[in-house]
Write a protein that binds this ligand. Structure first.
Ligand SMILES: NC(=O)c1ccc[n+]([C@@H]2O[C@H](COP(=O)([O-])OP(=O)(O)OC[C@H]3O[C@@H](n4cnc5c(N)ncnc54)[C@H](O)[C@@H]3O)[C@@H](O)[C@H]2O)c1
Length: 318
């Protein structure tokens, strides 16, 4: 019997490739970094497509995949996949919730420490040969209030870490499960309450129509002066030019930013701002997370293609 082809469009960990190998009916074709037109052509008779965040599984790409049955996202965010187009063609979309949550959470907390103590700037001053103790007097996390916008897998892990650090944690999440947040010692609040109460704010919501531009100039005006902001979720949730203005005005003392409107940024004003610690979308960039998500997506796609079993489906196609 002919094997079913699965096209891997963004590189995945070797452990994920090995996991696909446990399904003898599948043949893996790895073609990464293709421009959209070449990707559409490369799909050919592939029944499966694996992406991370770089590849845009646009309507055009999805429609070019005449035999496509499943798109697997080795990661959490599915904003690079046209879900409506996939659903129309009865293509199942799978993601790997939780597989990179610890990695993203640790980066967010790491950025909080870096902001509070200005670790990157202090290091840069040492590299420049200066012994400048006075410029880097920081603040502590202990006893401060952290506001989480979104308390799912990543937000939940950040809450657990922050509680361990002695922070009070409030969260705004219209879909949160109150028993889960209560167990984490997190107080659910409205967005306005969160903005007014938080010394640190960290964004962990998906990019959707609801969250687009959620943190704009009006929201910054409601924040505490001197707040430290972290966004390791998605670009587009925080309005970049409004954040630059809030940093310039001293309303926001510093920001840790891992995700941007355009990646790489079209406008570097935010990433290059002296009060910003910027990272190039590294949230899921740990060895452990890449193994987790690639093994998870291989198992899930194999289960669907060989047994019709849908695990972590983002859409419904029946
Ligand atoms: N920087 C990275 O590399 C990286 C890595 C992992 C995840 N992420 C991103 O982090 C975010 C969270 O990921 P996750 O795995 O925790 O996802 P998740 O689905 O487990 O959690 C998202 C949470 O956001 C909540 N939410 C939805 N709409 C909301 C709204 N309008 N306001 C507030 N909250 C809302 C949901 O109810 C859910 O609890 C996503 O945007 C994901 O793409 C980024």
């Amino acid at each position: 019997m002919a094997k079913m082809k699965v096209l891997v469009a963004d590189s995945i960990a070797k452990e994920g490739v090995a996991e696909f190998g446990k399904f003898p009916g599948l043949e893996l074709v790895v073609k990464t970094g293709l421009p959209p037109a070449d990707l559409a052509a490369a799909l050919g008779d592939a029944v499966g497509l694996v992406v991370r965040s770089a590849t845009q599984a646009s309507r055009a790409v999805i429609e070019a995949g005449k035999a496509l049955k499943v798109i697997g996202r080795a990661g959490a965010g599915v904003d690079n996949i046209d879900i409506a187009a996939a659903t129309e063609r009865r293509i199942l979309v799978l993601n790997t919730p939780g597989g990179n949550a610890e990695a993203a959470a640790e980066l967010a907390v790491g950025l909080m420490f870096c902001l509070a103590r200005e670790i990157p700037r202090a290091d840069a001053s040492m590299k420049a040969g200066a012994w400048d103790k006075k410029s880097f007097s920081g603040t502590e996390l202990l006893g401060k209030t952290l506001g989480l916008v979104g308390i799912g897998n990543v937000g939940g892990a950040v809450a657990r870490m922050a509680r361990g650090l002695g922070m009070a944690v409030v969260a705004f999440d219209p879909y949160a499960k109150p028993d889960k947040t209560a167990a984490l010692g997190v107080h659910l609040a409205s967005l306005d309450e969160l903005l007014a109460a938080s010394d640190f704010i960290s964004v962990h919501a998906p990019r959707t129509d609801e969250t687009k531009n959620l943190l704009d100039a009006k929201a910054f005006a409601k924040m505490r002066t001197g707040v430290l902001l972290v966004n390791c979720a998605r670009g587009g949730i925080v309005v970049e030019k409004d954040l630059v203005a809030a940093l310039d005005a001293g309303k926001v003392r510093g920001a840790g930013v891992d995700v941007f409107d355009k990646e790489p940024p079209a406008d570097w004003a935010l990433a290059k701002h002296p009060k910003v610690i910027a990272t190039p979308h590294l949230g899921a960039g740990t060895a452990e997370a890449q193994v987790n998500v690639s093994v998870m997506i291989a198992r899930q796609m194999g289960a669907y293609l060989t047994r019709g079993e849908a695990i972590n489906a983002v859409n419904a196609v029946n």
